[in-house]
Design a protein around this ligand. Structure first.
Ligand SMILES: C[S@@+](CC[C@H](N)C(=O)[O-])C[C@H]1O[C@@H](n2cnc3c(N)ncnc32)[C@H](O)[C@@H]1O
Length: 287
C-alpha cells in the first residue's frame, strides 16, 4: 500500500454530484448535500491508501472495467452505514416469535420455515432471528426445520457475519439467558454464536436494488430494517413490491417503523398495531 502525504483538496460541487450519482446508481443510497463531508472523507482516505491525489482520476479508476469493479467493492464498504445490533428492534423480533409459534401450535409448518434478512450487516440481525426460531422449535420439541438467508452488499460486513464473533459490548441488548444459551466466550475474550445457529444461516452478497434479477425464492418471513430508509420513495416501493412477490401465502414482510409511509399492496394486509410495521400475504382462498 502506498501512502501519499498530500491530502486531496475538497470535492467540488460537480464532483460531489458525480460521486453521489455513482453511489446511488450502484447501491440505491441517496446522499444529501450535508453528507458531502462523509463522502469526501471516505473517498479521500481510500485515495490516500492508493497514493492517488486526483478525484477525477480515482473516479475513472473506480468506473473502469474489471479492476474498477474490484476497487468499487472496496470503496462501497467504506460508504455504507453498517450500524446494527442484536435484537435491534425487539418488538419486530417478538412478532416473528409469535408468528412462528402460531404456525407451530396450529401445525401449519411447511417442510421448512424460511426467513430472509435483507441488509444483514455484520450478522447480529440474522443471528437474532435464528435465536427466536430456535427457541420456538426447541420449546415445541421439534427438529429445527428453519433456514435463514442473509444478504448484504458489503463483502467485509459478510465476512464479519460469517465469523460470528462479537465483543462483549455487543451483547448488551441480549437477556442473560440468551447470552447463556447462544454465545460462548472464546480465548480472545470475544463471544461466538452457537454452531447450531450458525448452521442455519446462509450469508451471500446481494444488491437489493437488483432484486428483480434475483431468483424468486418464496419466504415465510422477509425482514428488512434500516435499509430502505436510504433509498428514494419510488425505489422503496419497487423493492417492497418485489418482496411481496417473494412471500409464501400467509408469509410476512417486516420493515422498520416508518420506512414506507404510504405503501400498500393488493395481496398484503397491514398488521394492526403501531409497534411493528408488518404486512401479511393473504392465504389463497380454497376452491
Ligand atoms: C444500517 S445497516 C442495517 C443492518 C440491519 N438490517 C439492522 O437493522 O440492524 C444497513 C445495511 O444495508 C447494507 N446495504 C446498503 N445498500 C445495500 C444494497 N443496495 N443492497 C444490499 N445491502 C445494502 C449495508 O451494507 C448495511 O450493512
Amino acid at each position: 500500500m502506498v501512502w501519499s502525504l498530500q491530502a486531496p483538496t475538497d470535492l467540488s460541487e460537480s464532483q460531489f454530484v458525480q460521486w453521489s450519482k455513482l453511489l446511488e446508481e450502484r447501491t440505491g443510497i441517496q446522499l444529501s448535500t450535508q453528507q458531502k463531508t462523509l463522502l469526501q472523507s471516505q473517498v479521500a482516505i481510500r485515495m490516500r491508501e492508493l497514493g492517488c491525489e486526483d478525484y477525477n482520476q480515482y473516479f475513472h479508476d473506480v468506473t473502469d472495467g474489471l479492476t474498477g469493479l474490484m476497487e468499487w467493492s472496496v470503496l462501497v464498504d467504506r460508504l455504507t452505514v453498517k450500524e446494527t445490533s442484536f435484537f435491534r428492534h425487539r418488538p419486530s423480533l417478538e412478532y416473528v416469535r409469535r408468528f412462528l409459534q402460531h404456525r407451530i401450535d396450529n401445525r401449519q409448518l411447511d417442510n421448512s420455515f424460511d426467513i430472509w434478512s435483507v441488509g444483514c450487516a455484520s450478522g447480529e440481525e440474522p443471528y437474532s432471528l435464528a435465536m427466536v426460531a430456535n427457541d420456538c422449535f426447541e420449546l415445541a420439541n421439534l427438529a429445527p426445520y428453519y433456514g435463514i438467508t442473509a444478504t448484504d452488499i458489503s463483502q467485509s460486513a459478510l465476512n464479519q457475519a460469517r465469523r460470528a464473533r462479537y465483543p462483549q459490548r455487543k451483547l448488551e441488548p441480549l437477556y442473560p439467558e440468551e447470552v447463556q444459551r447462544y454465545l460462548t466466550r472464546t480465548d480472545d475474550g470475544q463471544f461466538e454464536v452457537a454452531g447450531k445457529l450458525r448452521d442455519r444461516v446462509c450469508f451471500s452478497q446481494g444488491n437489493i436494488t437488483r432484486i428483480r434479477t434475483m431468483p424468486v425464492i418464496k419466504m415465510d418471513v422477509i425482514f428488512c430494517q434500516n435499509l430502505l430508509v436510504y433509498f428514494r420513495r419510488w425505489l422503496r416501493r419497487d423493492i417492497l413490491n418485489a418482496f411481496a412477490d417473494r412471500l409464501k401465502p400467509g408469509g410476512v414482510l417486516i420493515i422498520g417503523l416508518g420506512e414506507a409511509v404510504d405503501w400498500e399492496h393488493p395481496e398484503l394486509r397491514r398488521v394492526v398495531g403501531d409497534e411493528v410495521q408488518a404486512y401479511v400475504r393473504e392465504e389463497r382462498q380454497k376452491q
